[in-house]
Design a protein around this ligand. Structure first.
Ligand SMILES: [Zn+2]
Length: 303
């Protein structure tokens, strides 16, 4: 892989979507017994504590997008994350994709999640990440609801072509997402542009399955992008828990979910040592304070 010297300022964010393992999209429709769900809850808590130690060792502040319900079931965990200096954002109330809602229902879900998390940490919540990156063209109306609910930024758009998510023509760097009437700062997930295609290298299989060099190539492109440039990465606690019981997924879904899971902790350490990661809200405020106008991009489906 070609190397080149970083030439422009860039910001890097490491984020964790905090949810129990059975909430993943690949497990939608599975009837997971309640004792298995409880076990995944315990493991999520233990793994998140290990991740907090890893972040502390590396001296990195991160952003945790937490499923609102977890503020009730794992209150101490949410407080511990916040007290360690990390940002707490919302990852919906119970991990339903935006497609499942109309604007009124989505608003209720957002308010419930934001309130629960804010009460847990005694502080405001500024950022949102949609389950399964479900802010896409057909759910573009969600931008209006996010702005109305007082969120300062969103980080749910993947500028890629993918069977489950993505707005392929969205900007790869921070932009102002324009809804029907309102707008919000959007921090899209990291992509690596090669041969005219955007690869979704921010996490998932690109973190676990492929050589780390591909994710790093995406991060390096951030250094050459027009400022303000941001490299946004995402992980889940369950991706750092190779010992957990496997969900009964189909062959392909099982492979996608569990491949490479034994090497993730070491890979995360490599990344944490290599980039100056910051909390998403700090990056958003710096961008706003700089006065540099962001590109405007309408995410709603053309009528
Ligand atoms: Zn999620």
């Amino acid at each position: 892989m070609a190397t080149h010297i970083p030439s422009r300022p860039a910001s890097f964010i490491v984020s964790f979507d905090v949810e129990e393992h059975h909430r993943i999209e690949a497990a939608a429709g599975l009837d997971v017994p309640s004792n298995v769900k409880e076990e995944y809850g315990r493991r999520m808590e233990a793994t998140t504590h290990r991740l907090l130690e890893q972040l502390a060792t590396a001296g990195v502040s991160a952003t945790f997008y937490v499923v609102g319900e977890i503020a009730h079931t794992h209150l101490a965990l949410v407080r511990t994350i916040h007290d360690a200096g990390h940002e707490i954002g919302s990852h919906s109330w119970d991990h339903r994709r935006i497609h499942r809602f109309d604007p009124t229902g989505f608003r209720e879900d957002l308010v419930k999640s934001k309130d629960a998390l804010e009460q847990a940490i005694g502080s405001r919540v500024y950022g949102f990440r949609a389950p399964t990156f479900s802010l896409v063209r057909v759910t573009g109306w969600a931008v209006d609801v996010l702005a109305e609910c007082g969120f300062e930024y969103d980080t749910s758009v993947f500028p890629v072509r993918h069977d489950r998510y993505g707005i392929p023509d969205a900007p790869r760097g921070p932009f102002l997402a324009i809804g029907r009437e309102r707008e919000i700062v959007e921090l899209p997930l990291l992509t690596y542009q090669i041969g005219g295609m955007n690869l979704p290298v921010a996490g998932g299989g690109y973190f676990r399955l492929f050589p780390l060099a591909i994710m790093r190539a995406g991060l390096r492109q951030t250094f050459t992008a027009v400022p303000p440039a941001v490299g946004m990465l995402y992980f889940h606690p369950w991706e750092f828990d190779p010992e957990q019981a496997r969900l009964p997924l189909g062959r392909l879904a099982g492979l996608r979910t569990y491949v490479g899971i034994s090497r993730t902790t070491a890979r995360l350490s490599q990344l944490l040592a290599a980039y100056p990661f910051r909390r998403a809200i700090d990056v958003v405020r710096e961008i706003r304070g700089s006065g540099v106008p962001l590109p405007r991009f309408s995410v709603v489906q053309p009528e």
